[in-house]
Unconditional design. Structure first.
Length: 593
């Protein structure tokens, strides 16, 4: 949610910030803005909408220091006026996060005779810095941030200061070290190929970046030493290649993401993980959106293969419950970005209650890895499209690995279980290459509502298929258990609706068939996604469309059966004239609560 970036160095800061903002745009695309220090004055350009809207305004502007922002609106509608940077009395600020006490701060500042230009919470920050400034920017920033409650990653410039100050608290801020140039940004891919090394700022850190050096202080202004690591993000991962959209590119990358995750899991210290899992008697799986759907699948795996009680709950709900957890409870927090506010808070609470916490994340340096006791990697590569596709499949591999180790701890064999995933990369490839769904997508495009149904593991896949379609094509609908159809949703079915039945468990096919018949009897059209050869013929006589997918290990089928649903979502979005990479009102990395 919101991307921030800053630059100090020998090259033209405007170009570097513009490039970085384009790379960060998936974090928010309601508005974009940039401030560039040119000698003693600071040039500002802010535009509602996409980063490219800045292009004309910043043409020819040169400087050594700059800050930039791409916004996902929380306080105040998307507009030029509410776009960052916000500035007061020569202080310029870009902000990612939410200032929870902004209303009382604003009232205090208004009472002192100050005036506000925007409707944002962020504008209190330059006012506070201005209020506390007595000639030393670092001190003023330290005093100002002490007044803030909430989450914030900030980049700050001042007319009389040759550099940038960055602040981090519960929102990601990463320092980048290039050749004769330094960066601050929300996410390492933004500075792919510009910074060779990165350093992740910790909560409370204040970094001072000039052309020549970077210094990091804590909130008491004591110098800190933070580890620098190689920046593995590469520009290649941001290139679309021959694909028109990241969503399609990322679906095609699924076989590689799955294979790389299998390899990475096998490099995890098995002894250490087994010891950590010893004595676990209950598992709580938590995450948001797509990550939560992988939790639903993993919950069934825990019950089936580890014979343990398991709960799957969205992080935004679980964190407000009085869920009984103790030191024997394993809490698994799943997050592609590792920055989702609700998931982070759920993990923090689990730690507070004494539970053991494992993070499953695609971003090895993200906040969740610093909260968890143990991290199991997801190696999907940079996922730029807001809709999660390859990360879903790769997360399931990491969860499968965890369950295999947990099953071993509970007396089964890890090797036999995990090995069952070895065929998945090829099966993903075969499924993706075999998809021929354009005619079906044309029909779904015309539907008034699209309903996804499934039983057992397929129910979670149905929910994921529905989330994906809603998110990128704005088609209304729902994903739910086949058995629930007659308990409510059937009322919505008529000839204008389309339903998609996911059927990858042959033991449940007959039951699903009867649910399909309940839909067709009401005039609704159905497409079935099925891997059971013997049922294809029956389905052809009842359904409007049949998608035959390769047969695979029953437990791992959610990695395969989701693939046609992801493609349908993508194609329908394109047919409906939507940008599948940047869904309306959404953004990647939901760092606000
Ligand atoms: C998926 O298509 C969504 N954009 C969204 O549900 C996402 O999965 C969710 O916000 C969780 O993100 P995370 O995995 O980065 O925590």
């Amino acid at each position: 949610m919101c991307g921030i970036i800053a630059y100090a160095g020998k090259n033209n800061a405007t170009d570097c910030i513009y490039e970085g903002l384009k790379n960060l745009e998936y974090r928010g695309y309601d508005s974009a803005g940039i401030a560039v220090k040119r000698g003693d004055d600071i040039f500002v350009c802010k535009r509602e909408g996409r980063v490219k809207n800045l292009e004309e305004g910043i043409n020819g502007v040169r400087g050594r220091f700059a800050i930039g922002h791409t916004r996902w609106a929380t306080h105040g509608k998307p507009s030029d006026r509410n776009a960052h940077p916000h500035f007061v009395g020569g202080f310029y600020v870009v902000h990612n996060g939410i200032i929870e006490n902004y209303a009382e701060l604003k009232a205090e500042l208004l009472a002192e005779g100050r005036s506000f230009f925007s409707e944002t919470d962020s504008e209190v920050i330059p006012h506070l810095i201005n209020k506390y400034y007595e000639g030393d920017l670092l001190c003023a920033v330290a005093l100002a941030v002490r007044r803030l409650k909430g989450s914030y990653a900030l980049c700050i410039m001042h007319e009389n200061f040759s550099g940038v100050i960055a602040v981090c608290n519960k929102s990601p801020a990463i320092l980048g070290y290039g050749k004769g140039e330094y960066f601050v940004c929300s996410d390492a891919p933004a500075i792919a190929d510009m910074a060779e090394e990165i350093c992740v700022l910790c909560d409370g850190d204040i970094a001072v970046i000039t052309e020549k050096s970077v210094k990091i202080y804590n909130d008491r202004l004591e110098l800190q030493v933070r580890e620098r690591v190689a920046n593995f993000a590469s520009k290649a991962s941001l290139d679309l290649g021959d694909c028109p959209h990241y969503m399609l590119k990322e679906i095609k990358e699924i076989p590689t993401a799955v294979q790389n995750t299998i390899t990475a899991c096998e490099a995890v210290d098995l002894q250490k993980l087994s010891a950590f899992l010893q004595g676990v008697d209950k598992v709580v799986l938590t995450g948001c959106g797509t990550a939560f759907h992988t939790c639903l699948i993993a919950k069934d795996w825990v019950e089936e293969f580890c014979s343990l009680c398991a709960v799957a709950e969205t992080a935004g709900e679980w964190r407000y419950k009085k869920s009984p957890v103790n030191e024997k409870t394993l809490v698994v927090a799943v997050s592609q970005s590792g920055e989702t506010a609700d998931t982070l808070e759920a993990a923090r609470l689990a730690k507070k209650y004494g539970a053991r916490v494992i993070a499953i994340t695609n971003v090895g340096y993200s906040a969740i890895t610093r909260i968890a006791d143990f991290t199991i990697p997801v190696v999907a590569g940079a996922e730029i499209c807001v809709a999660a596709t390859k990360s879903y499949c790769a997360q399931l591999i990491s969860l499968w690995f965890l369950i295999a180790v947990l099953a071993k701890v509970n007396a089964s064999t890890y090797e036999q279980l995990f090995k069952r995933a070895y065929t998945m990369p090829q099966l993903c490839e075969k499924t993706i290459n075999g998809l021929s769904l354009d005619a079906l997508c044309e029909k779904i495009k015309e539907a008034s509502g699209v309903y996804f149904i499934g039983r057992g593991l397929d129910c979670a896949v149905a929910k994921e298929g529905s989330l994906k379609l809603k998110e990128v094509s704005l088609k209304p609908g729902e994903g739910y258990a086949s058995g629930e159809l007659k308990h409510g949703t059937l009322a919505l079915i008529d000839k204008s609706t389309y339903s998609v039945a996911v059927m990858s468990d042959e033991n449940l096919c007959e039951k699903n068939l009867s649910a399909i018949k309940q839909i067709t009897a009401r005039g609704g059209k159905v497409a079935a996604v099925c891997s059971c050869k013997e049922y294809i013929k029956k389905l052809l006589s009842v359904c409007d469309f049949v998608i035959s997918i390769p047969k695979c290990d029953r437990a791992l089928s959610p990695i395969i059966s989701v693939l046609p649903l992801q493609y349908i979502a993508y194609k329908v979005a394109v047919l409906c004239g939507c940008d599948p990479d940047k869904p309306r009102n959404l953004a990647k990395s939901v760092t606000v609560e």
